[in-house]
Ligand binder design. Structure first.
Ligand code: PLP
Length: 449
């Protein structure tokens, strides 16, 4: 029996179209209306308390209502609530944040460019690649390689990069210059009896064959998340990036690391590229850049690109790309504070200390008959819902939402994506709260069977 909708829920379904939601089903259940948050917990509009095991949408690494972040936003709003950095204007928060980002990146990066979201960051990345290749006289080098199960956003270009069916179905995205290579999901995609090393060799061969087929001179870049997030929390098999990096280097194909989830400590290093052995020429960052407190994203790219792009803007008379809210002063001020807090409170050490505990809890949950595999890297993880031993078995995206609804009854928020239950707690979480997050897991899995 579904409960009658509250007044707020009725107002909601009449007023909003929700992202990633079955709007017809929502009319029956109504949304969960969240009212406030503190630390790793949120409360709904009926006063019920939840542990937020997804850090919102993988973004609130410092938890909810952190006083220092609030104060940074307040201070900047009082001083300069808005200014842009177009056409010869600037402001200190934009400069200072860019300097800090450059200091933290694992390889030297020359310039930072701002947007408001992860999708826009990847939109900028691809436009930068096209502009750059025109600028250096390689107009034919334009195609971009992405991967099946990748998630890079939902705008027309970033949505085309995304390799998930639901983001394409009925949207008619023009995928003209984008090619998808194999997904690095060993559990699902390895052939029977294939070792992890053999699987990596096959992925490398697939990539080489794709490059050969298309022609290396037509391919500008490959974009990859260090750990696939919204595609189902998929850390690559051991040695994957080490195997494909030389293939890209041999054909002068730039690697773009999409660090929208993995950036700023999530995998135990500042960037997932460090954890996974990537050597990117460009980075996309968002989410934990401001701890989720302000919509801000950044891309960073290397010196060769910067030089060519800047020279081309001189030839044309402008760099004809930019967003009204790119480098928003309040977003940048919050970003500066977030990065300072990650360093001062040594959040990366907490991630490294607590990650083995999360991994153990996920591995324990994987003993349940409804779980096929536990996956984890740093403070992110996923449970693949399928009976053990049934490799490749699909529960069809129906079981995750039921499990998530069961967990909600126990005051736990975790997110179903496809057949995976994703876990990505705030990076400030302690052992007790992590235990509390998993305490109802077995009962919830039993009730879902
Ligand atoms: N790239 C990655 C790796 C993401 O996980 C996401 C969002 O989850 C995006 C890009 C898109 O970001 P946004 O939703 O801010 O547009």
């Amino acid at each position: 029996m579904t409960q009658p909708l509250t007044n707020m829920q009725m107002r909601d379904v009449e007023a909003l179209l929700h992202p990633y939601t079955d709007a017809v089903a929502l009319r029956q259940t109504g949304p969960l209306v969240i009212d406030r948050g503190k630390g790793v917990r949120v409360w709904d509009d009926q006063g019920r308390e939840y542990i937020e095991g997804m850090a919102g949408l993988w973004c609130c690494g410092l938890g909810f209502s952190d006083e220092e972040l609030i104060e940074a936003a307040r201070e900047q709003l009082g001083r300069l609530p808005y200014y842009h950095i177009f056409g010869g204007r600037s402001h200190e928060p934009a400069v200072e944040l860019a300097e800090k980002i450059k200091e933290l990146l694992p390889v030297p990066m020359a310039r930072v460019f701002y947007q408001s979201s992860g999708s826009e960051a990847n939109e900028s990345q691809i436009k930068l690649q096209w502009y750059y290749n025109n600028a250096i006289g390689r107009p034919g080098k334009k195609k971009i390689i992405s991967r099946i199960r990748a998630y890079h956003g939902v705008t027309i270009v970033s949505g085309s990069l995304t390799g998930l069916p639901a983001n394409h179905q009925d949207f008619d995205l023009p995928v003209d210059r984008i090619r998808h290579t194999s997904s690095p999901h060993y559990w699902k995609d390895a052939k029977d009896g294939e070792s992890e090393a053999e699987f990596v060799a096959r992925l490398k061969a697939d990539l080489e064959a794709l490059i050969e087929r298309e022609g290396p001179d037509t391919i500008a870049a490959m974009i990859a998340e260090p750990v696939m997030g919204a595609g189902g929390v998929i850390p690559p098999p051991k040695g994957y990036f080490e195997a494909i990096q030389p293939v890209l280097d041999a054909h002068d194909i730039a690697l773009i690391s999409d660090e929208v989830i993995t950036g700023f400590g999530r995998t135990g290093n500042w960037f997932g590229a460090e954890t996974l052995g990537m050597r990117p020429r460009a980075f996309s960052m968002a989410k934990q850049l401001t701890g989720g407190y302000a919509p801000l994203s950044a891309v960073a790219f290397d010196g060769d690109m910067a030089e060519a792009i800047e020279a081309n803007s001189g030839r044309i008379g402008t760099f004809g790309h930019g967003f009204t809210y790119g480098g928003h002063p309040m977003g940048c001020a919050v970003g500066i504070k977030a990065l300072e807090i990650y360093q001062r409170r040594d959040i990366l050490s907490n991630v490294r200390r607590i990650a083995p505990k999360l991994h153990a809890l996920l591995d324990r949950a994987a003993q349940h008959p409804l779980v096929g595999e536990a996956r984890h890297c740093g403070l992110m993880g996923g449970l693949e819902l399928a009976p053990p031993g049934r490799k490749g078995f699909r529960v069809g995206g129906k079981v995750g939402p039921r499990l998530s609804a069961e967990l909600l009854k126990h005051g736990v928020i975790l997110r179903p994506i496809g057949d995976t239950l994703a876990v990505c707690p705030p990076m400030i979480i302690g052992e007790d709260d992590l235990e509390a997050l998993f305490a109802p897991m077995e009962a919830a899995l039993d009730a879902t069977m």
